[in-house]
Design a protein around this ligand. Structure first.
Ligand code: SF4
Length: 238
């Protein structure tokens, strides 16, 4: 056997031996393959906890997700941003509004879906920012272009984890990006807008992005019709 390969195998066996010794020190003397499967990490949104040797899982918090995100450089959009636009609002909200990517105002303020039109939409629904949760699929601004697929993929786990924590009754997907991402299909936005679908068991209403409505004000009537459906569904679940 060549020397290099011999060294590499020896190092790997040393690592496995040290790992098994650690597990034995934790009290796992009769380790079976099934035991190893049970040592898989907790599912997304859930963190492992050690309560004095009693291992279990619990729901992570929004603060923990934000801390994990840190000064994120997981995709090239980190170079352009002023602020990371992490979700904002209350963790117990029954409704979450998801935008696609921060516009100029959101990038400047760090507030998801920042802008007067979105605030007016909330007001018309009898809501305000303090009674809902808002977030974006991609948290850093991509100036003059939509985010690329790899940028969405890099940021998406943080959206999924936020939604798992909030566990709302209704999600409003504001525009094409959140609608596609939550639906997981490449349906034309014009075909899915205004039609309920489910994401992880939660009702999702795809409607227009406020930035699009600013450029196409004639669509506001359609958007309001979608949002009235959202209000009806929330009332039905009261
Ligand atoms: S867009 Fe998301 S993944 Fe990319 S740098 Fe910003 S926070 Fe990180």
């Amino acid at each position: 056997m060549p020397d290099q390969l011999q060294k590499s195998l020896t190092a790997t066996l040393d690592e496995v031996r040290a790992w098994l010794e650690d597990l034995r020190a934790l009290g796992l003397h009769d380790l079976q393959v099934a035991d190893l499967r049970e040592l898989q990490p907790c599912p997304p949104g859930i963190v492992g906890v050690d309560r004095g040797g009693d291992f279990g899982c619990r729901q992570e918090t929004l603060e923990e997700i934000r801390a994990d995100l840190g000064e994120c450089q997981r995709c090239p959009l980190c170079r352009n941003r002023t602020h990371i636009v992490f979700g904002a609002g209350i963790a117990s909200s029954r409704i979450v509004f998801v935008g696609g990517a921060p516009g100029k105002a959101a990038d400047t303020t760090g507030e998801p879906l920042a802008g007067e039109l979105f605030d007016r939409i909330l007001f018309a629904m009898g809501l305000d920012r303090s009674s809902v949760y808002t977030c974006e699929v991609v948290m850093c601004r991509s100036e003059h272009r939509p985010p690329h697929q790899d940028e969405i993929a890099a940021c998406l786990p943080f959206l999924q984890r936020q939604l798992a924590v909030i566990a709302p009754q209704v999600i409003v997907a504001m525009g094409e990006i959140p609608s596609r991402v939550l639906m997981g299909e490449k349906e034309e936005f014009s075909r899915v807008r205004g039609r309920w679908f489910k994401y992880q068991g939660v009702d999702v209403m795809p409607t227009f992005d406020p930035a699009y409505l600013l450029l196409h004000p004639h669509e506001k009537r359609e958007a309001w019709s979608d949002l009235k459906e959202v209000l009806q569904r929330l009332r039905r679940e009261d």
